[in-house]
Design a binder for this molecule. Structure first.
Ligand SMILES: [Zn+2]
Length: 294
């Protein structure tokens, strides 16, 4: 904890807060810890005091103040599943989905993840970074201050490193905290369509070790789904990643019930994500394990 004395550093007071959500970690989840007519004092980037505006301690009376205009003030939001850095734009696929085309049909006609992989591979890091930075500004304006961000549109060493380096550099350049996840197991890339074992070897023997060594990601994620990775393959990738020091995440049961939630729970993954088609058994496994449903 830094100095409590306002004399020792910068002090900022948020005053005229209509409603302040304190979201105390000690309280129940449904209890947002609301304080009406509140004020909040920040010293050296730490919250030093919260309470009723009328009870603001005298020591903060002359501090720099921001008038919140009776607005709601909340802690920064955390977005724990994004694919922030990508080439191209698949907005047209929303129209196709509305017209009734399935995810697999879109993928088979050249769209889907593989089309983003082609665009991400050919884009420069600068171009990818500029696009991601634009999104980050909008994300921050929505109140998000910490963002998990996945690779997975490179699916080869240099392009995966390119995405993860964009995250590393953006984390330093702008205020949102980025938490990078390696998602080289998003899909088997086109050039390995007839050689899944070859891509599994590339993942486990080249990509995971290289990214671990360069400390470019904190988590390793895998898309467990028909057309992506089988359960047995996922277990191998996750075990390799765990040995390399990554925390684990799983894209589970997004398009069908493939057992991804149960695998995530069994492997002690930090989260299982999507889960649209999870069965009661998968949900129960998550509840028992402490793996978070995202
Ligand atoms: Zn995803």
């Amino acid at each position: 904890m830094q100095s409590k004395s306002p004399d020792n550093g910068t002090v900022t007071v948020l005053n005229n807060i209509g409603q302040l959500a304190t979201c105390s970690a000690a309280a129940d989840q449904q209890n947002a810890g609301l304080i009406n007519n509140a004020a909040l004092a920040v010293e050296n980037d730490r919250i030093a005091w919260v309470g009723f505006a009328a009870q603001l301690p005298d020591e903060y009376a002359n501090a720099d103040a921001i008038d919140c205009g009776r607005r709601l003030v909340i802690p920064g939001l955390i977005d724990c599943h994004t694919h922030l850095c990508f080439g191209g734009w698949r907005g047209d696929e929303f129209e196709m989905r509305i017209q009734g085309k399935s995810y697999q049909e879109i993928a088979n006609s050249g769209g889907g993840i593989r089309s983003t992989v082609r665009a991400t591979r050919s884009d420069s890091a600068d171009r990818l970074s500029a696009k991601a930075l634009g999104a980050l500004k909008e994300i921050l304006a929505l109140g998000v201050t910490t963002l998990e961000c996945k690779s997975g549109y490179g699916l080869e060493l240099e392009s995966e490193l390119k995405q993860l380096r964009v995250y590393r550099d953006l984390d330093r350049q702008q205020p949102v905290d980025l938490v990078p996840t390696f998602l080289g197991a998003h899909m088997v890339p086109e050039e390995y369509s007839n050689n899944r074992e070859g891509y599994m070897r590339l993942l486990c023997e080249d990509l995971i070790p290289a990214i671990a060594e360069q400390k470019l990601a904190r988590f390793c994620d895998i898309f467990v789904e028909q057309g992506a990775f089988e359960l047995d393959e996922a277990r191998v990738v996750l075990e390799t990643a765990q040995r390399a020091g990554f925390g684990l995440k799983v894209h589970a049961d997004q398009l069908s019930n493939g057992g991804g939630a149960r695998l995530a729970a069994a492997m002690g993954a930090v989260s299982a994500e999507h889960l649209e088609y999870s069965d009661p058994e998968g949900i129960a496994a998550l509840a028992r394990s402490g793996t978070v449903a995202v």
